[in-house]
Structure formats: structure tokens, C-alpha cells
Design a protein around this ligand. Structure first.
Ligand code: SF4
Ligand code: FES
Length: 375
């Protein structure tokens, strides 16, 4: 007997329910940036200034985001302050009810500009530090004087009464500075520090050999973070994104593909994550041609890995499938060459040992950086 004989034809089947509204939107206003960090996760091919969305289109996108149900917008880049219309965008986001977070490297931001950004209604500033001291920040960002400028911006942010998060991207050359990063955040009166290990997509993949920490460094860092979290409870929130090369389970990247957030690139492509363009076959819809709500529900790129149906049998039958959502699609692409594979960071993946070996080899290979340059 054919068990499918009585099943409804596909066209008669009810359409799947629309996904819940996204919670956050990363607006990558530009790829222009004065720094040259080797761990940059932006694509290898940067979008050029003449391809960036104009002010009017960004304002429409923010209005649509508010209507769609987005609560928070992260204004990022590249360096978002390179856009002269930033204050206008912030004011508009506030008017349509979005919580606004500015993610900046801080090097070109004058006190006058900060005042204008504050006056426009920014809710929160996230400031990146490439090191806990001037020597490290200036070396990693390849920008002499960067650290001093960031310190000045941080003080001005607090003087204006804005909440501050210190964002520290750590890797082999600065992972030992985690205690100093935490002290720096306290000294700058930050409310939160985000300690994010470099993720190896986009440009960063080129520098994996110069960035990858050793297993011993990673485990020591985890212990330091745990101790500091306990000690500083109520004073400083410490968020840590750990590298999963040495982990047993993968990270729930983006909290699941197409579940909670979306990214808009400088030219208007809407991506499920910042590195999604490393997956070659995906079709990204653009806000120039589609409404944001239609992209969220109907874009082939968002639907490619939404939910659990796309998963390989290993994940689909696993009790963690709705905990880590199969890990990271971009990492599966980078290591397994297949974005629909189980993330090799998972110990159940047949490629897990290979990934671990890559990490252990890379952790001792190169020291020189291939700096990111916006030319
Ligand atoms: Fe997560 Fe898949 Fe590994 Fe299960 S098998 S833990 S769902 S990556
Ligand atoms: Fe793209 Fe993880 S960075 S899914």
C-alpha cells in the first residue's frame, strides 16, 4: 500500500505560518572604515561608496522595520559615522519607535559630532577596542593613535550621559589582555563589555593562522570571564562570544537563521547574517526592489535554512536541534564546503576532528597580518 496515496498534493497543503517578527536589525550603513583590522568579518569584496543606499531609502527601510516589529536597530559598518546623514537616520529611527545602538570604532568622531548624535536621540553607544593598551590597539587596527582617540570618545560618551558598551574582539595576540579589557571597561564607566572572539569568515578567514588562539589560551580566557562575571555582578555585564573551534557543541549562530534578526548591507541586500554572502548559491533580495516584510517572509535566502526542515538527518534527529539550530551555516560552508552540513564545530560532525586539527595547526602558523584596507 502506498502510504502517500491519500496525502494532499503539495499545492493543497496549507502554507507554513509566517515567521515571527524579527527582534533586531543590523544596518550596515557603509563599508568605509579608517581602521584595518585583520579580523574584519565583512566580505572580501567591499561595497563601494557609490553603491550605498541613499538617505531616503534608508529612512524607508527604518520605517518598514518599525512596522514589521523590529525593536532594536544597530547602526554599524564599516564605520557608520562616515555617513554624514547618520544623525538624520538616528532621529528617524527614534521617531518610528526603534531603540538605536551605534557601533563605532570611534577614531574620527569629534566631540561636536558626538553631541549631534546624542541630540538626535541615540540610545546606546558600542565602542570597539582592538587592545587594552595603545600599543596593541594601534598595531591590530594599523592606525597610529587609535587607542587615545577611542579613550577620548568613551569619556565624552559618558559625559553626555549615554550608556556605553566596550566591544573587545580577542584573538591570539590580545586574548591575554581580557583582565585588562575588563579593567578598561570599569575605568571608562561602561555598563557592559562584549568580549567576542574573532570569527573566521570574510576577510578574517585569510588571517586565521595569525589570529587563532591556542586551546590553552581559550580555556584560560573562559575561566577568567567566569570569575569576573561573578565578582562584578551588578557593576558590569560581561557578554562573551567564545570560539567554538575547541568546543563540543556549536554556537546557536544568530539564534537560528531567519529567526530573530536581519542585516541590511550598504547597498541594500538583506542578509540573514553578516557573513551570509560567503554562501555562494543564496539569492538575497534587495530593499531597492522589495518591501522589508516581504523579504523577511519570502526571500529564498531567509527560507533556505529557517527552522529544522533543511537540516541533515544528524541534526534533525538530535535533541539540541532547537537549541543551537545546527550551529553556523557560514562555518559549515567555510569548513565543510556545504552550508547545509552539520556545523563541524559539533562533536557529532564527521568533520569535527578535521576542524580541531585546523585550529591547532593555525594556532602556531603565522604572525604577520594581512590588514584589511578600504581602497
Ligand atoms: Fe546541534 Fe546538529 Fe550537533 Fe545536534 S547534531 S548538537 S543539532 S549541530
Ligand atoms: Fe552566518 Fe553563522 S555567521 S550563520
Amino acid at each position: 500500500m502506498n502510504a502517500l496515496a491519500d496525502a494532499p498534493a503539495r499545492s493543497e497543503m496549507p502554507a507554513p505560518p509566517p515567521p515571527p517578527a524579527p527582534y533586531g536589525m543590523l544596518a550596515e550603513l557603509t563599508h568605509r572604515c579608517p581602521l584595518q583590522c585583520p579580523y574584519c568579518s565583512n566580505p572580501v569584496e567591499l561595497e563601494r561608496r557609490n553603491g550605498e543606499l541613499d538617505t531616503e531609502t534608508w529612512l524607508r527601510v527604518f520605517s518598514e522595520a518599525g512596522k514589521l516589529g523590529v525593536l532594536q536597530v544597530h547602526l554599524s559598518g564599516g564605520e557608520p559615522t562616515a555617513r554624514r546623514d547618520l544623525e538624520l537616520m538616528i532621529g528617524h529611527c527614534v521617531a518610528v519607535g526603534l531603540y538605536t545602538n551605534l557601533i563605532t570604532a570611534g577614531v574620527g568622531v569629534t566631540p561636536e559630532r558626538l553631541r549631534a548624535i546624542a541630540d538626535a536621540g541615540i540610545d546606546h553607544i558600542q565602542l570597539s577596542f582592538q587592545g587594552a593598551d595603545a600599543q596593541t590597539t594601534d598595531h591590530v587596527s594599523n592606525f597610529p593613535g587609535a587607542h587615545g582617540r577611542k579613550l577620548a570618545v568613551a569619556r565624552e560618551v559618558r559625559r553626555l550621559g549615554l550608556p556605553l558598551t566596550v566591544n573587545a574582539v580577542v584573538h591570539r595576540a590580545n586574548i591575554h589582555q581580557i583582565p585588562a579589557f575588563i579593567e578598561l571597561a570599569l575605568a571608562l564607566d561602561a555598563r557592559r563589555i562584549e568580549i567576542a572572539h574573532a570569527q573566521y569568515y570574510g576577510w578574517a578567514l585569510r588571517n586565521r593562522g595569525a589570529l587563532m588562539p591556542t586551546r590553552a589560551q581559550v580555556f584560560e580566557a573562559l575561566a577568567i570571564v567566569e570569575e569576573a562575571r561573578e565578582r562584578l555582578k551588578g557593576r558590569l555585564t560581561i557578554d562573551a562570544v567564545v570560539p567554538d573551534y575547541y568546543a563540543k557543541y556549536p554556537k546557536p549562530c544568530m539564534n537560528g537563521w531567519g529567526r530573530q534578526s536581519l542585516n541590511v548591507s550598504p547597498s541594500g541586500k538583506v542578509l540573514p547574517c553578516h557573513a551570509a554572502e560567503t554562501i555562494p548559491h543564496l539569492d538575497f533580495w534587495n530593499v531597492r526592489e522589495h518591501a522589508l516584510a516581504d523579504i523577511w517572509t519570502g526571500s529564498p535566502a531567509f527560507n533556505a535554512f529557517r527552522g529544522t526542515d533543511w537540516m541533515p538527518a544528524l541534526c534533525r534527529s538530535c535533541e539540541r536541534r532547537e537549541i543551537d539550530w545546527g550551529g553556523c551555516r557560514c562555518q559549515a560552508m567555510a569548513i565543510a564546503g556545504d552550508a547545509a552540513a552539520t556545523d563541524p564545530a559539533c562533536h557529532k560532525s564527521p568533520l569535527h576532528a578535521h576542524m580541531l586539527a585546523l585550529a591547532e595547526t593555525d594556532a602556531v602558523t603565522a604572525d604577520a597580518y594581512d590588514y584589511r584596507r578600504y581602497l
